[in-house]
Design a protein around this ligand. Structure first.
Ligand SMILES: NC(=O)c1ccc[n+]([C@@H]2O[C@H](COP(=O)([O-])OP(=O)(O)OC[C@H]3O[C@@H](n4cnc5c(N)ncnc54)[C@H](O)[C@@H]3O)[C@@H](O)[C@H]2O)c1
Ligand SMILES: [Zn+2]
Length: 287
């Protein structure tokens, strides 16, 4: 609703009217939407002023506040306009998580499970074992989880800040996930769509012979353990596949699809056919 250029214009206007100059800074207090908008305004106002992230949702603490991607949606296209721009500081106060509604808290688990799947199999199993404590927001468990997730994202981003290569593994589950998000008219949360997208991408990994059927089932079960969806209803697989073509994960017309080489290690695969993409999408749309 708010993550668009119009909101950024309003921020510019406020900054100009209040005579903000290069010595001032912006502070993003809120979830990923606030962080993405504020970061983009900071990156572009007077060619860049400082900003600080104070993420208050689980998703923004483990994901959007780290790594310097800022931006807004353009028309129906997600995150189409933006900048790589690092905050001066990311400050997290975990007590903010206590006021999140359960659905919004668990949404963050989509990205967290992703961190295990793409880079750390042990972490994936730790999440599985600690699911009750995580769901009940046990402070020490959540603190450890956020630390490990931030660290996984940090390592990937530091190796490839501008997404020339490896950083793309963070898009695991996002090609089909973003397309589902759009096809469902943004009625599902981002992390929920990532969960559905990960189920589809895991199916592709299974079909490629990289992971076994038991692992495929186990990954689906862990996603479901955290009350996240592994499928949706009421949309057409063909529409979803069409929407993936507008995604930024394209390289001269070739789709850069992220698959699992094994649980705990994701790779970029440029050989995924449209047939397999459709087949995988069909597995996550029922009824
Ligand atoms: N920049 C990146 O690298 C990156 C990565 C992942 C996601 N994102 C973006 O992040 C956005 C999603 O972020 P989000 O999941 O944080 O959603 P959000 O920012 O929309 O926040 C979800 C809801 O929770 C409310 N809220 C925030 N903090 C709260 C708190 N402590 N207690 C109670 N309510 C609170 C918000 O007002 C909002 O209604 C998407 O736009 C996505 O594209 C960006
Ligand atoms: Zn995401």
């Amino acid at each position: 609703e708010n993550k668009h250029v119009g909101t950024v214009e309003d921020i510019y206007e406020t900054l100009i009217v209040n005579k903000f100059d290069r010595n001032d800074m912006l502070l993003a207090l809120g979830g990923g939407v606030t962080g993405d908008i504020t970061g983009f305004a900071a990156a572009t106002y007077l060619r860049g002023i400082d900003f600080v992230q104070v993420p208050t949702t689980l998703l923004s603490q483990v994901d959007s506040s780290i790594g310097g991607k800022t931006g807004v949606d353009f028309k129906a296209y997600k995150n189409m306009v933006g900048a790589f721009y690092m905050p001066k500081l990311v400050y997290m106060n975990l007590s903010t998580l206590n006021s999140l509604p359960e659905r919004e808290y668990l949404e963050g688990m989509g990205e967290i499970i992703k961190h295990g799947l793409i880079r750390d199999k042990e972490y994936f199993y730790w999440l599985k074992e600690n699911k009750d404590k995580i769901i009940s927001r046990d402070y020490e468990t959540v603190k450890k989880m956020i630390f490990v997730s931030c660290n996984i994202k940090r390592v990937v981003v530091e190796n490839d800040p501008k997404e020339k290569g490896e950083r793309a593994v963070l898009n695991f589950g996002h090609t089909i996930g973003h397309a589902v998000e759009k096809a469902k008219n943004f009625s599902l949360l981002h992390g929920e769509c990532v969960a559905i997208g990960m189920a589809a991408a895991t199916y592709i990994s299974l079909k490629k012979g990289n992971i076994a059927e038991e692992e495929y089932n186990e990954i689906n079960n862990v996603i479901s353990d955290f009350k996240l969806p592994v499928y949706t209803t009421g949309i057409l697989a063909s529409d979803v596949v069409k929407a993936t073509k507008n995604d930024k994960k394209m390289d001269s017309g070739v789709i850069k699809f992220i698959t699992l080489e094994e649980n705990g290690h994701a790779i970029i695969d440029r050989t995924i056919s449209e047939e397999l993409l459709l087949e995988a999408t069909e597995t996550v749309i029922r009824g």
